[in-house]
Ligand binder design. Sequence first.
Ligand code: SF4
Length: 155
Amino acid sequence: MIHILENIDKWTCEYKKCGARCCTPGIQLTIADIKRISLLGHSFDDFMEFDETDKVFRIKGVDGSCYFRGKKLECTIRDNEPIVCRLLPFKITEVSYSDEPIMSLKPVVDCPGEGHGKKIDKKKIEADASLFLHENQKFIRDIKKKGKKGVLEAL
Ligand code: SF4
């Protein structure tokens, strides 16, 4: 179940105005994200690391930003970005995998793109958020069963 706790009407990514504030290190990756990004020619060790606390893979940081943030603040893997980035301008505030997977989303605070650009497609955000939950639930199960090395070897 997806909860959008506050909605916004229109949004465009004004990454040059905010210095690409959302592109921080540690973006969580699903198995499909890892596969898609590695097919671009990036090797696992270069762009991601395993978070031993949460038992998930995350994008590494370079100089305090996401590994994929370019010199002009652009995303260098646009069109192949992780699902979490597709949820923007919403950020995940809570995820729970108890009986039914639940995710809560809230808009990024003080985003200069809010109120500009295209109307938010709430259905698409909800579909991407559900996909994240689905892929991630399977990923967490696979990591428990096969270990992080086993999961990557099966890709
Ligand atoms: S993958 Fe691209 S959009 Fe996502 S945080 Fe990194 S640079 Fe930003």
